[in-house]
Design a protein around this ligand. Sequence first.
Ligand code: ATP
Length: 453
Amino acid sequence: MPANSMEELVSLCKRRGFIFPSSDIYGGLQGLYDYGPLGVELKNNLKAAWWRSMVYDRDDVEGLDASILTKPTTLQYSGHEATFTDPMVDCRNCKGRFRADHLEAAKCPNCGSGDLTEPRDFNLMFKTAVGPVDDGSSFAYLRPETAQAIFTNFKNVLDATSRRLPFGIAQIGKAFRNEITPRNFIFRVREFEQMELEFFVRPGEDDAWHERWVELRLEWWEQQGVPRDRIELYHVPQDELAHYSKATVDLMYHFPHGVEELEGIANRTDFDLGAHSKGQADLGITSNVPDNRDSNARLAVQDLEAKKWFVPFVIEPSAGVDRGFLAVLNEAYQEQDLGDGKSRTVLSLPSHLAPIKAAVLPLKRNHEGIVAKAKGLKQELQRLGLGRILFEDTGNIGKGYRRHDEVGTPYCMTVDFDSLEDNSVTVRSRDTMEQSRMAMADIPAFLRENLAS
Ligand code: ATP
């Protein structure tokens, strides 16, 4: 069980090239981070695992990759313009601005002054000008969630694929929120990625599907190395629900800074599809949401037997990639005592998430024969399509093993003088630290078997 501090994770991320503060050489920009050489691999692997489980392993989900810039009308009818706000107070003394619901006393957390304004709503959406003239007349929002483009594309996807309920649309992509107090490393940032599924079901079947998706998502996190007993379920009380939700279950993970939301699984009812539809009265549909005078689409489906139209309900598992990254890293990170005053840092990632799957190390730097053999092995293994295989010519094998333990590389292969004669190499395992000799010809099958998870 990890008992890691955020500082340990931040330090590993910077030192080994997982994550850097954004705009670092200019002093940084608060609430933004850049993923480095290993971070981008781990993040891509996490997203690929989600996509595989949502789109490839199921036969009732289609994918989508929609624009980030979003027409204001979309976010007007979705309710985000009116409600996507946090209550803020300003300190008249130091001019600091804070979330009213995060204040512990009626005092400024910065300077301690009690001279605070009344709470005011602050919209979290970023705006940007569209087109050559920036006079405020033509702007778009940077989407605050990926979900809305799934709803506005509902009919396009349905027409293109002839799907029947229940079916889902999955999307992974950036979302932006002007968080007042970005903090806790990549936990709360202003630019992040979401992995969202909108799963459309018949009204009446929504509660059962909601429960099912909570279970499926817990199973998935377990496969990423985040065990069930490290996640608490929070059934959001009625008075805290978002405007579109009938019921929401948050998966609360034990992050290093506390138990907080990793993923939210909401029953969004027929709110969004209804809100983006033009009047549907002539289809016999009455809706609880205000009439939409700007949309030209009807986001409804027909019940062929009953010959009736209805608006599907939607269950939404919405996970943060960055929070997922942090959880996976936290679970995998261990300081191991090896006895005799020795220790090692090891990242016990599931192999499908490891940034580097195997490293090929020549025993002797610049030795023509050994280097050529090692490079040949790297190329051959790379072609297996298992992910990144690294050739690394640093010459210090012991240090190489330690470094690869620290970044989670499951296997290192050392090519030495004997390899030139017998075509075998030393294979060293991250988890057991055992070393064994293996014929080069057997390595592809070994990796295929041991890296498949
Ligand atoms: P919180 O209450 O922590 O602000 P939220 O309930 O507003 O989160 P949702 O709108 O449910 O979050 O978004 C779905 C997921 O997107 C969250 O579970 C989280 O993983 C991720 N997410 C939301 N806001 C951020 C953020 N500022 N930084 C990183 N990830 C975020």
